[in-house]
Design a protein around this ligand. Structure first.
Ligand SMILES: Nc1nc2c(ncn2[C@@H]2O[C@H](COP(=O)(O)OP(=O)(O)OP(=O)(O)O)[C@@H](O)[C@H]2O)c(=O)[nH]1
Ligand SMILES: [Mg+2]
Length: 419
């Protein structure tokens, strides 16, 4: 699997699990990393991180200064260990520097040396919070953090020193802090003074680092498994939830349609029933006798009959319309609207505008063919209504999301096979 495929796989997973960005970066690092364990320093600027690394490596590799000095990540490979020097943390000064530092601790490092200058007294809030995060990260990832108190030589008063060491122990009881002095170590080494070397604390720190390094292979294996299974679980859970929602919505979709269809049939049956007395006339249909000039202002039998037919038809329309509104069908779809508002109703669209005579009512409500057409057409407008369209849209979205999850699962599997 090449880098490009890695990127594709990572993006497929990120599309579904955006909050796993750091975890995925770490996972890719674990899959592609060289066999070397990686050790980084982390801590506030000017606390002696770079100088500590130089002492541990035994060469002046990283630049040291009495000011804010390291601004990028620097890597040096020494005796099969990758040593990373990171910029000092200081959110106020340069957020970008912090990005480098965070990348070092969360993505790259197997072991973190958290550096705090004992000259500064207790840990401040930012250091404390980050250390706690690192300690709790150990519970999940088994990545180790060593707390290193630097510039021990700057604390000549043993009582004050002991007091600060105790305060820090109280602040972060889960970590055993190691106190060191880079300058004493350097002096001891350069002047061949084993006692000074011993007193520098660097040797003890080196032993602690050795121990941590020996645990890296197991920790990495654990971390990989934990990341894979964590993401798999998250994907499965998401998939289950979405599939349940999908089922619910599909059921609702069916149920709504069934309610609409059944309700409409009931109403059409009732209209038939109601129309009986009006349609069942024997003999001549007075409604068909047109008014003449002579009867223009008279209340003729024809007028009465026509009024009766109109009233019956209006009632039928009201019944159907209230059924439509109850089911969210409030008007014609936009592409069917005209500039005549009064004609822009579903009723007019389905019934037409010239229902005037008994014959029209008979055809509309008594013929089976026509009734099937009415059911079909009203259902068509029902499906076009806003609520129904929104439901379809929701289902389309869900299907897409489920597709994305399936892709993310495949991508995760690919990564796992590459690991
Ligand atoms: N006396 C004494 N000075 C130290 C010790 N460690 C580091 N220093 C000095 O502290 C200053 C800062 O050291 P650096 O190693 O550059 O500090 P840093 O944490 O890397 O700083 P940034 O790169 O800016 O984040 C330098 O002047 C070092 O010489 C120590 O153990 N004792
Ligand atoms: Mg530095």
């Amino acid at each position: 699997m090449d880098m490009q495929n890695f990127e594709g796989a990572v993006n497929a997973i990120l599309a579904v699990l955006p909050n796993r960005e750091t975890d995925l970066a770490r996972l890719v690092r674990l899959i592609t990393a060289a066999a070397y364990p990686t050790i980084t320093v982390i801590g506030k600027y000017n606390h002696g991180k770079s100088r500590l690394l130089n002492e541990l490596i035994g060469h002046d590799i990283f630049s040291v200064a009495d000011k804010r000095e390291t601004i990028h990540l620097a890597e040096h490979i020494h005796q099969n260990i990758s040593w990373l020097d990171a910029p000092g943390l200081d959110a106020d000064v340069a957020a970008v520097d912090d990005d480098y530092a965070f990348n070092a601790i969360w993505t790259q490092a197997d072991i973190r040396l958290f550096v705090h200058s004992i000259r500064e007294g207790e840990l401040d809030a930012i250091e404390h919070q980050l250390l706690q995060q690192l300690v709790s990260d150990f519970q999940t990832s088994q990545r180790q953090t060593l707390l290193v108190l630097t510039q021990l030589d700057q604390m000549p008063d043993q009582q004050v020193l002991a007091h600060i060491q105790q305060s820090i122990r109280d602040q972060i009881p889960d970590l055993n802090a190691l106190s060191v002095s880079a300058t004493r170590h350097r002096q001891g080494v350069e002047n061949s003074k084993p006692l000074l070397v011993e007193k520098s604390g660097i040797v003890k720190l080196q032993q602690a680092i050795e121990l941590a390094i020996s645990q890296v292979p197991n920790a990495r294996r654990h971390e990989k498994n934990q990341l894979f299974s964590g993401m798999q679980q998250q994907l499965t859970q998401l998939q289950t939830e979405l599939a349940q929602t999908q089922q619910k919505l599909q059921h609702m979709q069916q149920q709504q349609r069934q309610d609409f269809d059944e309700g409409l049939i009931k109403i059409l049956d009732k209209i038939r029933e109601d129309l009986h007395p009006i349609l069942d006339i024997t003999g001549q249909d007075d409604a068909l006798v047109p008014d003449s000039f002579a009867t223009m202002f008279k209340n003729t039998a024809g007028k009465q009959q026509r009024a009766k037919v109109q009233i019956a038809y209006s009632r039928a329309c009201i019944d159907i319309n209230s059924h439509l509104i109850r089911h969210g069908v409030v008007g014609l779809p936009e592409d069917q609207q005209t500039h005549v508002k009064s004609l822009d109703t579903v009723i007019v669209a389905v019934f037409g505008i010239s229902v005037k005579f008994r014959e029209h009512l008979r055809t509309l409500f008594y013929s089976d063919v026509e009734r099937a057409r009415l059911q079909r057409e009203f259902a068509f407008y029902f499906e076009k209504s806003a609520g129904r369209a929104a439901l379809v849209e929701q289902l389309t979205q869900l299907e897409k999301q489920l597709g994305d999850i399936a892709q993310a699962q495949t991508a995760l599997k690919m990564l796992e096979d590459a690991a």
